[in-house]
Structure formats: C-alpha cells, structure tokens
Design a binder for this molecule. Structure first.
Ligand code: PEP
Ligand code: MG
Length: 359
C-alpha cells in the first residue's frame, strides 16, 4: 500500500545517500531489467546470454550451432541467432536507458545445449540433414566428463571465433539502433572464464573488429568497454597482466568459489549443510563469500589490477553480490559495484549503506 511504499522509498533514499558502492542487477530480459530498475538498480552487471537460448526455436538454432560439423554449418545457425540476439539486446538497452549494461559472451556448459534424444534429436538430425547415427556420434564426441571445467566460457569463443563475432555484431547493431532512437546506451562486453591474458587478447581483437565493422557500415559510433570476468584463481593471480588490457573486471564468485575450494557448485549442496552444522565451514561458501580464501584472491586481484591500471573499474556479479556480509566485504576491498538478482537489489543497497556507515 502507499504508506508502506513511501516508508520503504524513504528508507532506501537514506541508504542511497550514504553508500559508496553502486548496485546493479543480473538480468537477461527487458522485463527483468525494468524490474531491476524499479528496485533501484543502477545498471546491469551481468546479462547471461546463454539464458536467451533455452526455449522455443532458439534452443533448436543453438543446438544446430553446437553440433554443426564445420564452420559453414555454424555460421548458418549463427545467422539465425543474430536477429534474435539483436532484438534481445535492443530491448535491454531501452529498458536500461542511461545506465551501463554488461553483456557476457556465451558461457554454456555445453551439455546444457545437447539434444536429449527422442523427438528432439530426430528434428535436429532432419534440420541438419544428418542420420540419427551421425548425430549421436557427434553428440557423444561433445559430451564431457567435467562440463564445468570443460569447453565453456571464452574457450568456446576461441575455438569457434564466429560465435564471439556474431554476439559482438548483435550487441553493436543493437546499440547503434537504440542510440538512433534517442536511447543513451553504455554497452560493456564481458569475456567469461579467462585464465590467461592471451585468451582475453584473442577475444578482444574479435570484438573490436566487429565494433569497427558494424559502426563503419551503420555510420554511427557508440562508446563501449571490453572487460572480463575474474572467476578462476589463475585469473586472479595474473590480474596485473589482464588489467593492462581489460577495461573492467567483474568477479564471478560462483565459479571462483567452486574452483578455489575444488567443490562442484552443482553438487556441493548434498553435504555442505552437514559441513556447516559440524562447524567445518562457518557458512556455505556459495552463499556467504569466504573472505579468507576466495576473498584473498579478490583482494589481491583488485590490488594488482589497480596497480597495473589505476582507477580500473571493478565489480562482482556472483550470487554473493546480494548477500549483506559479502557486500560489506566488497565495500572493504574497494569494489565499484555489486550486481545481484533484481529482488536482492534493495537488500544490497541497505548493506552497502551499512558498510559505509561502519567505516
Ligand atoms: C559466477 O561464476 O560467479 C558467475 C556470475 O557466472 P555464472 O554463475 O553464470 O557461472
Ligand atoms: Mg561463472
């Protein structure tokens, strides 16, 4: 009701006047982006593009791309995906008019996009002019024992540069179209799962080439940033080299927790409650940022990154970005922003204000 809302708005206004950390949201659709803005988000800190392909015709085109036998087949599937991506991004830029939007390049564990057999596989085989046996041979060759440590993140864009090229084209075409409609666009393109600066350099060159091509043809330039996730210990430990070439960092603390602890984020829930109950871990590290180990990597990466590039923009987009104690830690190590699910934005705004006041 109105008085409750007014009370809430007043409280959040106080919080906002005290906090130093900016608060963004993780959102993949215009609807979520609008909701995030209503909750007070000051940008999108993570748009997971793989989430755009889980349904309808889209998953079919994505599967065609993943199982294509050669670059030609992949390019044909990517041509189908390009207009969908462009429309998605244009909608998100419009919803976030005036605010930064961080779009992450495709980061699927491949198994999530493989067909599950039955009618799905028959349709896919037919659209690719393959026999069911040929398709199942290709699918078996793509299956991984450890998909979360496998062919995902930037590794996909390095082996198949045409994927990065299509996504970058879609982002820049959408940004110029939105700009022409009077929308204030601030795209930030983010490369996932970097472990070495050479991976970032490779992807950055493709993105820059796409930017020059698109903006050259469309006759309009929009400003943009190209940065990376820091979500592997090796990336955190080589942050100085990466910062020299990246415009921003965003800590992916879901994967950084997984890889620092050597704990599967998908399976650890089976025994972590007992660990916490028995005092082995003080908290579930996927819920509350482990300030000792994972936090040390974050602290070092911020320090080394900013030594290499003073003023480097740094945020966090793992689940911890909306958890109050973790937000306090992010404040203490000097991050510029946290990014969390839209529903957690008000809590993050309050936690950021508490952290400033505690200073
Ligand atoms: C992360 O790893 O923290 C992250 C934000 O990426 P995702 O959860 O999509 O792997
Ligand atoms: Mg991740």
């Amino acid at each position: 009701d109105a008085p409750t809302y007014q009370g809430f708005a007043k409280l959040m206004g106080w919080a906002d006047s005290h906090r130093r950390l900016r608060v963004r949201a993780n959102a993949d659709t215009p609807r979520d982006a609008r909701m995030a803005r209503n909750f007070g988000a000051e940008g999108i800190g993570l748009c997971r593009t793989e989430h755009m392909f889980f349904e309808g015709d889209r998953i079919t085109a994505m599967r065609e791309m993943i199982v294509a036998r050669d670059e030609g087949g992949r390019r044909r599937a990517l041509e189908k995906l390009l207009p969908m991506q462009r429309a998605d991004f244009e909608g998100i830029f419009q919803a976030m008019d005036g605010y930064p939007v961080t779009i992450r390049l495709l980061d699927p564990p491949l198994h999530e996009f493989l067909p599950h057999g039955g009618e799905e596989s028959s349709l896919l085989a037919a659209s690719l002019h393959l026999s069911r046996q040929e398709l199942s041979r290709i699918v078996s060759s793509l299956r991984e024992t450890n998909p979360m440590l496998g062919h995902r993140g930037c590794r996909l864009g390095i082996v198949y540069p045409e994927i990065t090229e299509m996504q970058a084209r879609a982002i820049f075409e959408a940004a110029v179209r939105a700009y022409r409609r009077g929308i204030d666009v601030h795209p930030e393109i983010m490369v996932p799962l970097i472990s070495d600066v050479t991976e970032f350099r490779h992807q950055r060159a493709i993105i820059e080439r796409a930017a020059d091509q698109v903006m050259g043809v469309m006759g309009e330039r929009v400003p943009y940033l190209i940065g990376t996730m820091i979500e592997l210990p090796r990336a955190a430990l080589t942050a100085d080299e990466i910062a020299a070439e990246a415009d921003f960092f965003s800590f992916g603390t879901n994967d950084l927790t997984q890889t620092t602890f050597g704990l599967s984020r998908d399976d650890a829930g089976r025994f972590l409650p007992q660990y916490v109950e028995r005092g082995i871990y003080p908290d579930d590290p996927f819920q509350v940022l482990d300030t000792k180990g994972v936090g040390k990597l974050v602290r070092w990466a911020v320090r080394d990154g900013r030594e290499a590039k003073p003023g480097l923009k740094v945020g966090i987009c793992g689940e911890h970005g909306g958890e109050p104690r973790s937000v306090a830690f992010c404040h203490s190590v000097g991050l510029d922003y946290v990014s969390c699910s839209p529903y957690r934005v008000p809590v993050a705004r309050l936690a950021a204000a508490h952290a400033s006041l505690a200073d």
